[in-house]
Write a protein that binds this ligand. Structure first.
Ligand code: GDP
Length: 313
């Protein structure tokens, strides 16, 4: 991902190297190249405009004209502005003061939510947490089983509906629960959290249903779950391969479930990816994690500064 954006920007900076002072027309030519490179990579237009406006203003100002190496200074400005677009600081999970910390996952079907649930669970477990996965995706018949497979691979228990148990692990739902409804995602999410509290799991990851496209029912359901369980984090899982649709999808989910962070999935793909890079700036929510493959270990905490360096190297 971002290989062609990275090549384009590097080539642009190559043209600047070796120049002593930079004229206004050097700066303008550079900004034009950066603008085209970003647009070709699918970065959203308002983001491109803000970015290039800011780079231009700084590149024509004193910090460049008085620099010992003006070209290098421009590269530094672009790097800093890119870090800004990507959210600035690294941010990971905010844990609740009173466990369990509840993390809800939302996103389109196929975005990589279930896969990510396993990755996040394993990452938390490796840090000494005791996560529980809750299967609240009751739209697709396969979704619960799929989460159980993911849980098993990651060595993390799964609270599943219908069966009312924890997917092959030791814990079985307490007797007396039989009269409760397991059939709707809100009840399943609530029961999962109750179970976590009772059995002292300190993080609950709730996997919710997705649809192939944003629709009102999906949003309503996700919104209802959010209202019922008051999660500490709502992570929106975004397939970076979906191109320009990423922006619209992210905005719809931001309105619908007020997510608190973004997970970019499928960053191992070769799509242009710029739309996904626009999401933090457009929604004001940080990109927190990246998913980079199908294996449970293909997972990274998203560091805006490292990603910017990777793109500009
Ligand atoms: P969900 O419907 O949102 O729960 O999506 P899934 O977790 O089922 O993922 C959909 C498909 O994408 C599956 O085939 C996953 O193996 C695949 N997938 C998920 N995350 C990644 C990733 O980071 N990289 C790649 N290459 N494939 C992924």
């Amino acid at each position: 991902m971002f290989a062609s954006l990275s090549d384009r920007l590097t080539a642009t900076f190559k043209n600047l190297r070796g120049k002593g002072r930079l004229t206004e027309s050097d700066v303008n030519a550079t900004i034009r190249d950066i603008r085209l490179a970003l647009l070709d990579a699918d970065v959203a237009l308002p983001v491109v405009k803000r970015f290039t406006g800011s780079v231009r203003e700084r590149a024509l100002g004193a910090e460049v004209s008085q620099a010992l190496n003006p070209a290098q200074q421009v590269v530094k400005i672009v790097q800093e502005e890119l870090v800004g677009i990507l959210g600035g600081q690294t941010r990971t999970i905010r844990f609740a003061k009173q466990p369990p910390t509840v993390i809800m996952l939302a996103g389109l079907q196929g975005s990589g939510k279930t896969t990510f649930a396993g990755k996040l669970g394993k990452w938390l477990k490796d840090q000494g947490h005791t996560p529980l996965l809750v299967a609240a995706d009751l739209q697709r018949p396969n979704a619960v089983t799929q989460l159980e497979v993911v849980g098993e691979r990651a060595g993390i228990p799964v609270f599943a509906p219908e069966r009312g148990n924890m997917g092959g692990h030791d814990a079985v739902l307490d007797s007396g629960e039989g009269t409760r409804s397991f059939g709707d995602p809100v009840s399943v999410s609530r029961l999962g959290i109750e179970q976590a509290r009772a059995r002292q799991y300190d993080v609950v990851i709730v996997d919710t249903a997705g649809r192939l496209a944003v629709d009102a029912n999906l949003m309503q359901q996700a919104g209802d779950i959010r209202a019922a369980i008051a999660p500490d984090e709502v992570l929106f899982v975004l397939d970076a391969m979906i191109g320009q649709a990423a922006v619209e999808t992210a905005q719809a989910f931001h309105e619908g479930v007020a997510f608190t962070g973004v997970v970019l999935s499928k960053l191992d793909g070769d799509a242009r990816g710029g739309a996904a890079l626009s999401v933090a700036e457009l929604t004001g929510e940080p990109i927190m994690f990246a998913s980079t493959g199908e294996k449970v270990t293909d997972f990274e905490v998203f560091h805006p500064d490292r990603m910017a360096s990777r793109i500009l190297d």
